[in-house]
Design a protein around this ligand. Structure first.
Ligand code: ATP
Ligand code: ZN
Length: 688
């Protein structure tokens, strides 16, 4: 009986955010009695619209603790143990994990998900993994030896664009946003020492790069209005003219038009910002706003070219007059009003040059911050599915109950598409009934089903005018663990390396840390310690920077054709073996690290992004786990060098971004409308 399995289960939940709140509530109402919950965050105002266990008065308090108290109000006799902590803290080690029958993730980042996955493997505890992105969400089950582990499947690369699209040939608004945010904003207000491709194109032509550099630096005595106009004319006028001089580029493209400030704001030259009240008072630096200063209020308005130009100049002025101490070390932050105003205006002016329609500040902010608005309903449905999967996992454990009838743990992918509000008539109706019928209803008892149904169905919206846009739920066949996934397979990896030239240090940095993602590694050869993260002791220093050949030669136990090293991550309690083999030559282009690691799955593969179903390419905030996890950075790739504009934690994939033609993963939001009859795509991806 499902209820027996539920009553006796001890469950660990990681994350008490959007999914976590729904999940805790549904678990409690489904009869779970022993739930531990880890979350490192405190409640923010922005959580209140969808994390229903929290109220205004809880802002600033621990999510885990408040969630517990809220649920105890309606289920007072169950045990909920909150931990206001990071799941990566050492107290949550393998032994801690072993006490649970199942672990449920409600996380929003790849790093923590990988960490939990590894601990679950090490502790041999089943993991139910989940994620949502807007109207998309998914639940997958990972049981050691029975299904793939969380890391068996590649995760999509962050959205990247070729440098030349951004610097010279934008065709979508998002390209203008990336330009404004990562190039222009960074150039003007960010770290001056950082690489910046803003002038890549213009320096090809007439001006020497030093001259170009000068334009951006404000001279001490330079009038701020003049400086602003100089920047304006340089980036929207002069640079575009230079670009136009390259005829080849424009053969098959629309030619952009240069925009100079005098053409837009000619009559205001004397009083550059119109009737601005220059004494406009701001409470603190984050409330400094060009919109406020220009008397513009509605963030949903689409500004004219003239308004954009005024915002551009005013925001630039305000940065220097009110935020002077930040200039030189700012990075774009979607919660920084002035930064969003500047980036919106700059992107819109550039868009005007290239004949791309303008966007409102509200929309631009969403694009710049890669925000897909979280949908409470999706989280509620996903939480329901997690509970169903959890019950299946638990029943599978308790073999004396109906074990023959229990389905093998599987995954569901689903997309739920609700047409935009306002466009068509929305009617509320409960469709979860259908949903659960479609689901593996037979595996849970009916009462349980009704309970879950009741508690998750409250906010379902469904468009009756577009009956074809139904929810689609799809069981996927159980899959075999991926034999080549170093995380879940016990077969050793093999590393080809020039042991005469490479140092132990290179191995630690480039392979162990960057590729295997081990943050606190310990390297052993049978019982000999070669390296331990932390303060390197004196005798270790020499070994660390000595070449591998020397280090390996002193070891007692080389194996045929190589030396077996055991690499252990003390933080993640994770071990793997690496067989080191000497190789003399490497192809500089194809093997730039001069090392080749085999036997592991590279966790990002760019080409795969192309025919991926939409669940994968919606810009992700809470990060649907399998595909969308941590793809919420936009970066630029140049054909000649790699660069990363935001910190990408899963280094393994970076090398794949060195392509010209991968790109463009953020597509129109319409792409979220999909999934109808798209089962092939899913199957192909999961099963191949
Ligand atoms: N390493 C971690 N240890 C513990 N909790 C974590 C860890 N990483 C993420 N979390 C928690 O997972 C939850 C993810 O939920 P979600 O993304 O819905 O919430 P959020 O971060 O509050 O929302 P938003 O991203 O929109 O601000 C958060 O509450 C976050 O604190
Ligand atoms: Zn695996």
């Amino acid at each position: 009986m499902a209820s027996e399995a539920i009553k006796g289960a001890k469950v660990l939940m990681v994350g008490a955010g959007g999914i976590g709140c729904e999940l805790l509530k549904t678990l409690a109402l489904s009869g779970f009695r022993d739930i531990h919950i880890i979350d490192m965050d405190t409640i923010e105002v922005s959580n209140l619209n969808r994390q229903f266990l929290f109220r205004q008065s809880h802002v600033g308090q621990s999510k885990a603790k408040v969630a517990r108290d809220a649920v105890l109000k309606f289920r007072p006799h169950i045990n909920i143990k909150p931990y206001h902590a990071n799941v990566k803290d050492p107290e949550f080690n393998v032994d801690f994990f072993k006490q649970f029958n199942v672990v449920l993730n409600g996380l929003d980042n790849l790093d923590a998900r990988r960490h939990v996955n590894r601990l679950c493997l090490a502790a041999d505890v089943p993991l139910v993994e989940s994620g949502t992105t807007g109207f998309l969400g998914q639940v997958t089950v990972h049981v050691k030896g029975k299904t793939e582990c969380y890391e068996c499947q590649p995760k999509p690369a962050p959205k990247t664009y070729p440098v030349c699209t951004i610097t010279s040939t934008p065709s979508k608004f998002v390209h203008c946003i990336v330009w404004a945010k990562d190039l222009l904003f960074a150039k003007l207000f960010g770290d001056k020492n950082q690489d910046n491709d803003l002038n890549v194109r213009s320096s090809d032509a007439a001006s020497s790069s030093e001259n170009v550099e000068d334009v951006f630096v404000r001279r001490n005595d330079e009038d701020i209005e003049q400086y602003g106009r100089k920047i304006f004319d340089h980036v929207f006028g002069y640079n575009i003219e230079l670009a136009l001089s390259n005829e080849e580029t424009w053969k098959n493209r629309n030619r952009p038009k240069p925009i100079y400030s005098k053409d837009i704001l000619s009559d205001e030259l004397a009083q550059p910002n119109g009737n601005v009240d220059k004494k406009c008072a701001f409470d603190d630096e984050f409330s400094v706003s060009a919109m406020a200063s220009l008397g513009m209020k509605n963030p949903q308005d689409i500004w004219s070219l003239k308004e954009n130009s005024r915002i551009f100049l005013e925001a630039l002025r305000l940065f220097f007059t009110h935020r002077g101490k930040d200039v030189g070390n700012l990075t774009f932050d979607k919660d920084d009003q002035l930064a969003v105003e500047f980036v919106t205006a700059a992107a819109n002016i550039r868009a005007a040059s290239f004949g791309i329609p303008p966007y409102s500040l509200f929309e631009a902010k969403g694009i710049a911050g890669n925000i897909v608005h979280a949908v409470a309903t999706t989280n509620a449905v996903i939480a329901g599915l997690i509970v169903i999967e959890t019950i299946k996992v638990l029943q599978n454990d308790i073999k004396s109950y109906r074990y023959n009838a229990i389905p093998v743990p599987s995954s569901y992918y689903f997309g739920l598409v609700v047409p935009s509000f306002g466009i068509c008539c929305m009617k509320r109706m409960k469709i979860l009934f259908l949903l659960y019928i479609k689901l593996a209803l037979h595996s849970i008892n009916f009462l349980m089903f009704l309970l879950i149904l009741f508690w998750t169905s409250c906010r379902m919206t469904y468009c009756l005018e577009h009956p074809s846009r139904k929810m689609l739920l799809m069981p996927v066949e159980p899959f075999e663990p991926n034999k080549s996934c170093y995380v879940c397979s016990e077969t050793p990896l093999s590393l080809e390396i020039n042991t005469k030239r490479a140092k132990l240090k290179d191995f630690v940095e480039k392979i162990v840390k960057a590729k295997l993602g081990m943050n606190l590694p310990l390297i052993m050869n049978s019982s000999n310690l070669l390296y331990e993260a932390g303060d390197v002791e004196d005798d270790m220093v020499a070994i660390y920077s000595a070449n591998l050949e020397k280090v390996l030669a002193e070891l007692p136990s080389p194996v045929t054709g190589g030396t077996m090293l055991t690499v252990e991550d003390m933080q993640q309690e994770f071990v793997c073996n690496v067989n080191i083999k000497h190789r003399e030559e490497f192809d500089e282009e194809k093997e730039p690290d001069s090392m080749v690691l085999s036997g592991w799955t590279q966790h990002v593969s760019a080409p795969e992004n192309k025919d991926k179903p939409a669940a994968n390419n919606g810009a992700s905030t809470s990060g649907a786990s399998v595909p969308a996890a941590e793809s919420d950075e936009i970066s630029i790739v140049s054909p000649t060098k790699k660069r990363k504009l935001t910190d990408v934690p899963n280094a393994p994939g970076n090398e794949t971004r060195n392509h010209q033609d991968e790109l463009q993963v953020i597509d129109d939001e319409d792409d979220l409308v999909m999934l109808e009859g798209n089962m092939e795509g899913f199957k192909k991806r999961k099963l191949s």
